[in-house]
Design a protein around this ligand. Structure first.
Ligand code: NAD
Length: 408
């Protein structure tokens, strides 16, 4: 692309599910006209109603006036097919998390859209370069990873592919600003910054269930540290079934001991808040997570079946393992250049994952402890629990120099 700047005036969103709805509202509220495509016409109709209802609700709350709600709604229109969106400046795809499906859509759009148009995916973890490779415009392909609910959550991860141009990145950053988002640029790796760090954090939480803890103990420890929600309450909100279905689809990961409690909950139809039961119980119409002794019994049964000798696990150990898992992965993300600063990682965790604001984010928290101290604690965990705790090279180096992540 030879331009020096590119302004987004007309956009299209593909997919009218959970994320598509929030993304459309972000765009319309920022003054961008949006054409909306879904291959399920009923879904699109429902989605348009939901958007209208949300804006009506905002009017009742006094957040916007009727004229603003009407103006926003007037910017959103249903498009019958891809041909109808050929003139837009940006397409944001938010269909199912499936690489082949996304590649097919990108290939088709590439053949239709004007050459300078940007193509973005809201994928949570897939390879942006593999998606870009389906097009002849990899410089204009990037990830725009919104968080759920997209019209409320502040964070936007802008994922830079190997060939994404500076002009495309700049246009995305400008759009992020117009939508009132906190934008963080991430390199392309599985899960980008936020979900990649979440993986070892949740792994520890799940492992502790097998070793002796119960979901509400793990959540209570992290919530008393200041997290908006512990990991199991978070899974209940997101839907435990999403990863379960993804593992089934991929045909891998389903046998790992750590996911056996999740698997059993899903087999019982306990998908989380949306089904009234998950790690917790929810009364009809309520979002209040209530302790469910049946889940404790299930955790006990699964860990015994897997041959674990259960032991008491206190809040200190829960915090130590979950927080240090975040910090060590964050350090790897930094040393690989996936994030350009520790501050960016902190912004992701503060604005997308409910990390306590007063602690400044996981990397700032680690700096407050001192990286020499963090290094020792990781080595102690490595001795007790094995290789996955080997300190990141960056922590070795900074600890030896008496420096913190912020000094890089
Ligand atoms: P969803 O299942 O709620 O919605 C997907 C929509 O895509 C459906 O309306 C479906 O009809 C439509 N669709 C499927 N194939 C299509 C096609 N070929 N053409 C047009 N429309 C098609 O999914 P979601 O939860 O909104 O997730 C969408 C994407 O966002 C996924 O890549 C997901 O990983 C990512 N994401 C989800 C979350 C979340 O919390 N749900 C958060 C961040 C990112």
């Amino acid at each position: 692309m030879s331009q020096t700047s590119f302004e987004i005036q007309q956009a299209a969103v593909i997919g009218a599910g959970t994320m598509g709805r929030g993304i459309v509202m972000c765009l319309a509220s920022a003054g961008v006209n949006v054409q909306w495509v879904d291959n399920n016409p009923q879904m699109l109709e429902q989605a348009l109603t939901t958007v209208a209802q949300t804006y009506a609700h905002n009017v009742r709350q006094g957040r916007i006036d009727q004229a603003e709600a009407d103006a926003r709604m007037a910017r959103v229109s249903a498009a019958a097919d891809y041909a109808a969106i050929r003139n837009v400046d940006l397409v944001i795809e938010a269909v199912y998390e499936n690489l082949e499906l996304k590649q097919k859509i990108f290939r088709e759009l590439d053949g239709l859209l004007k050459p300078e148009a940007l193509l973005a995916s809201n994928t949570s973890a897939l390879d942006i370069d593999a998606i870009a490779a389906a097009t002849r415009r990899p410089a204009q392909v990037l990830g725009l990873h919104f968080f759920s609910p997209a019209h409320i959550m502040k964070l936007l991860e802008i994922v830079r592919g190997a060939q994404t141009s500076p002009v495309a990145l700049e246009a995305a950053l400008t759009l992020g600003k117009r939508m009132g988002k906190v934008s963080v640029v991430s390199g392309n790796c599985h899960g980008f910054i936020g979900n990649r760090m979440l993986h070892p954090y949740v792994f520890e939480a799940r492992k502790m269930l097998l070793e002796g803890a119960y979901p509400q103990q793990v959540d209570a420890a992290l919530q008393s540290f200041g997290f908006a929600m512990g990991p199991f309450r978070m899974y209940d909100v997101v839907g435990i079934d999403l990863e379960w279905r993804a593992r089934q689809l991929a045909g891998k990961g389903q046998d790992a001991p750590e996911v056996q409690v999740d698997n059993r909950l899903c087999e019982m139809g306990r998908f989380g808040q949306k089904s009234g039961n998950g790690y917790y119980h929810y009364e009809p119409g309520s979002r209040q997570a209530e302790h469910d002794p049946e889940v404790d019994a299930l955790v006990l049964r699964v860990s015994e079946e897997l041959g674990f000798q259960r032991r008491d696990i206190g809040p200190e150990e829960i915090l130590e393992r979950c927080l240090l898992a975040l910090v060590n992965e964050g350090a790897k993300i930094l040393q690989e250049g996936i994030a350009s600063s520790a501050h960016d990682i902190d912004l992701v965790y503060l604005n997308g994952y409910g990390f306590p604001a007063e602690k400044g984010g996981p990397m700032a928290w680690a700096d407050q402890q001192g990286l020499a101290n963090i290094h020792q604690r990781l080595l102690a965990l490595e001795t007790r629990q094995g290789d996955q705790w080997k300190p990141a090279r960056l922590i070795d180096e900074l600890a030896a120099q008496g420096k913190g992540f912020a000094d890089r």
